[in-house]
Design a protein around this ligand. Sequence first.
Ligand code: F6R
Length: 266
Amino acid sequence: MEIIIRETYEQMSRLAADVIRHQLLKKPSSVLGLATGSTPIGTYKELVRMHQEEGLDFSKVITFNLDEYLGLPPSHDQSYRYFMDQHLFNHINVDPKNIHVPYGHAEDIEEFCEWYEAEIKRTGGIDIQVLGIGGDGHIAFNEPGSSLGSRTRLKTLTKQTIDDNARFFAKEEEVPRFAITMGVGTILEAKKIIMLANGPKKAEIVAEAIEGPVTAQVSASVLQMHRDVVVILDAEAGSRLKRADYYKWVYQEKKRLIPQMIGKVT
Ligand code: F6R
């Protein structure tokens, strides 16, 4: 794991976008795994800027989103499809045919989940997966206790996740109770993973996930088993890490001696 702690949210977001830009320059037809939520908004903003000002090309990119609320159509302003359109897809030259967000209104959920998994495989697998982390340690909507081998499926959200996400809905009762989500096993098959976290509320769970034991009780902790994970944090989210000084030293020395290797696990 490479742990990078930047001072601000903007610096964190720029670095994450830069790692994605490198991937797209290396392989223009990359398969991107994407997250929603407030954390990656700055990263998407920076990718949009790179497209508009520097011509970063998304025309051959294929995208797969991690999850979607059950029952919300893509037109619903709290659906994850709507979020992605607003923050990224409407502003870059991605081909709409190459966009995949789970259908929250799929008629046969199990069949849809199998199709989604098969579609990821058919496109050659995810090259780089962007993740946030929930207050309960979830990645995508893999709530505590999710099998570390789980695949795309329906999950019931925890009370904590419903409370965390209530800020986006008029009333708590409106927050969907279920979501279709990639599994932990699905995520672990991505060739590279970037996990992002910012703000003081994430400090405790980030420390548990990165420096605590690997356990299905904290889904994000399983990232310790993946060979190519870059965790990019702002100072607040990184404030409870015991080895923060070491991670900062690694970053400084890389920046000084091998800047091209920042964001590449060494
Ligand atoms: C969203 C997702 C979730 C969020 C997590 C953090 O697609 O997969 O796991 O990344 O709930 O959400 P924010 O960024 O809003 O704190």
